[in-house]
Every structure is written in structure tokens, then in C-alpha cells.
Design a protein around this ligand. Structure first.
Ligand code: SF4
Length: 341
């Protein structure tokens, strides 16, 4: 899924991550869990790309490969002319500042024995990003940037609320002066009342610091306000990618439609029928040869001749910037109008 008219900030090409699950008596791997399987994606400078899917679909694994917490099993990660997946640990360290991660759990991601000032200043000091005498000012500036008082620098993480801790995590990521931040479900552990504040903060910081985001989330309601484009993953593969407005107005993949139907709507006049998925999720250890969604798909009966159970559908562009992976779109068959929206 690439756009040849623009130069991406980062390009993931045929990226895969398989985790060994079992070995034989000789120590050879006999089964693997296919967390991410042949994913291709461009993220452009300044954009916020929302990556959505249910637990275990591989979205967090994609983010962890981008920040080098996981090494890809196959594929390439192109960033500023270099394939990050092929760099040695030492070479990669020189590039690590540019891509940062905001963790899901603000409670577990901060060292409880360090003050907030130490947590934020540590990467600045280790990477010598500013002269030593300017570190304190830099920490105060970052705390202010995320809406916290500079006086909080001597407090420990347990003295903060969940939302404030996530702000500290954001300040720590900003300390490295990154160009791209992988936001791994940054609001899922927070109270609903705090979620909007953190999302607004991330939007403001994107403007102020010229950041690019990969925003990982569980549901389409969270990424709606912050993303420019949205990708939907299912069992290790992208099933639909589109500009945000297009995806919410004209979802094409049956799984995207099911996710959208699950978003609570307060206005009764705008409520649509909830699509309840039946059937079991296929195993990522032994995924089916055909479409990964086939075991739960309510739409495949709409195309009796489609090879849903035998051939993997490709991600194809069906309108400018709108990609979908579904046999219903093969060979010009546009029968999706018959499906619930
Ligand atoms: Fe459903 Fe077939 Fe499309 Fe897969 S390819 S989403 S099984 S219709």
C-alpha cells in the first residue's frame, strides 16, 4: 500500500514478525505465531496515521518493530534512505532519537524510583542532546509543554494521577526531539473523562513540534479525532486503509463495518444496526489459506464464486487512497452495496 506521488517519512515494506511457538528435539522451530504477516504501509511527514484492530491483530507489534523493540522476521523499514531492519544495534542507536514510543500503561512505563525530572532528563543526558547546564531548563520546558508545572520535577510517579503520568510519558518521548512518535494505545488505560484531554494534548503537540504519529488504538472511535488516515488490521494483515473521512463515510471491508457499528452513537436518529460477528477468530499460529476474516465474515455469501476460503485477497486501491483487501472487489465485482453499512 504505497503512494508514489509523495515521499513518505517511513515506509514499511512486506514487514512480517513471526514468534517461534514450538521446537522439535533438535531445537528447530516447528510452529510460529504470525503476529504481522506481509504488511506494507507508508506514513507521510506530519500526518497522524491511525492503526486499529482488536487485541492480538499485530498492531502493537508493528509499532514495536518501528522503534526496534522487535526485529522483523522479514521485510524492510525504510527511514531517511536506510533500512532500519538491517542496521546493527550500534548503527540503530544513532537513529533511535527520531522514532519514539508512548506506552499504553502510564503506571508501568515510568520507573517508580526516579523523580519525574530524572525520568525526562535521562535520555537528554545520555544522548547529549543539550549542554549539561541547560538540561534543567529543558525539563521544565517539556513539563510545561505537556501541561504540567515545572515544579513537579522533584515528584515521583506515584504522586501523579493516570492522566498526569501519561503526560510525563509524552514529555519523556519529546525529550528525544523525535520526528515520529508511535502512540501505543496511549489513552486506553485512562478514565474516559481524561482521554479527550490527552488526545487534545497530542493534537496540539503535533502542531507545535511538527510531529508525525502512528496512533495505535483498539477501536475506531479513539482514532477518529486525531488521525488523517486510518488502517484497519485483522489477524496480522491490513484489511482496509483510507483517508479518515472516506473510511468513516464509506467503509468497504466487512470487518471495518463491524468495528464502525460498535461505536456508541448518542443521537438515536443516527444509530445504525450493530453488526455482531459470529464464528471463531482464526488462529494466528495456523491461519487459514484464504481470507483471514472468512471464519467470521457475514458477507462472503454475497459472492458464491469468491475464493474467500482458498485465496488470500490482495490489498487493492478501489478509489484514490482507499485500499481494501476483500475478494468482493476482485475483477470489478462491486456487490458490497448489498451489505449492511
Ligand atoms: Fe469476507 Fe470473502 Fe471479503 Fe474475506 S474476502 S472479507 S471472507 S467477503
Amino acid at each position: 500500500m504505497t503512494d508514489t506521488t509523495r515521499e513518505p517519512l517511513i515506509r514499511l515494506e512486506h514487514l512480517s514478525k513471526f514468534f517461534p511457538m514450538d521446537t522439535d528435539v533438535f531445537g528447530r522451530t516447528t510452529s510460529v505465531l504470525k503476529a504481522v504477516d506481509d504488511l506494507t504501509l507508508d506514513i507521510f511527514p506530519g500526518e497522524a496515521f491511525g492503526l486499529v484492530g482488536e487485541s492480538g491483530c499485530g498492531k502493537t507489534t508493528v509499532g514495536k518493530m518501528m522503534v526496534d523493540l522487535y526485529r522483523p522476521t522479514a521485510g524492510e523499514i525504510w527511514y531517511e534512505g536506510q533500512d532500519l531492519a538491517k542496521l546493527s544495534k550500534r548503527e540503530r542507536r544513532g537513529r533511535c532519537c527520531d522514532i519514539q514510543l508512548i506506552f499504553q500503561d502510564p503506571y508501568a512505563s515510568l520507573n517508580p524510583r526516579m523523580t519525574v525530572g530524572e525520568i525526562i532528563s535521562e535520555p537528554i543526558r545520555i544522548n547529549r542532546l543539550v549542554p549539561r547546564e541547560q538540561i534543567a531548563d529543558r525539563v521544565g520546558y517539556l513539563l510545561n509543554a505537556v501541561g504540567l508545572s515545572a515544579n513537579y520535577r522533584n515528584r515521583f510517579p506515584h504522586e501523579f494521577s493516570g492522566g498526569q503520568r501519561q503526560r510525563v510519558g509524552i514529555a519523556r518521548a519529546l525529550a528525544m526531539q523525535p520526528k515520529l512518535i508511535v502512540c501505543d494505545e496511549p489513552v486506553s488505560a485512562l478514565d474516559v473523562s481524561i482521554q479527550a484531554q490527552v488526545l487534545n494534548l497530542l493534537s496540539d503537540l503535533r502542531e507545535e513540534f511538527g510531529l508525525t504519529y502512528l496512533f495505535i488504538a483498539h477501536g475506531l472511535n479513539v482514532v477518529k479525532h486525531i488521525s488523517d488516515r486510518v488502517g484497519v488490521m485483522y489477524l496480522g494483515r491490513l484489511v482496509e486503509v483510507a483517508p479518515k473521512r472516506e473510511l468513516y463515510r464509506n467503509p468497504l471491508h466487512p470487518y471495518t463495518k463491524a468495528l464502525l457499528s460498535a461505536i456508541p452513537v448518542t443521537n438515536p436518529a443516527k444509530r445504525t444496526q450493530r453488526i455482531l460477528l459470529e464464528g471463531d477468530v482464526s488462529s494466528p499460529i495456523d491461519p487459514p489459506p484464504g481470507c483471514r476474516f472468512a471464519s467470521r465474515c457475514y458477507a462472503k455469501s454475497g459472492c458464491a464464486s469468491c475464493a474467500c476460503d482458498t485465496a488470500m485477497p490482495e490489498l487493492v486501491e478501489v478509489s484514490p487512497g482507499h485500499f481494501v483487501s476483500c475478494h468482493l472487489f476482485d475483477e470489478g465485482k462491486r456487490v458490497l452495496d448489498a451489505m449492511p453499512r
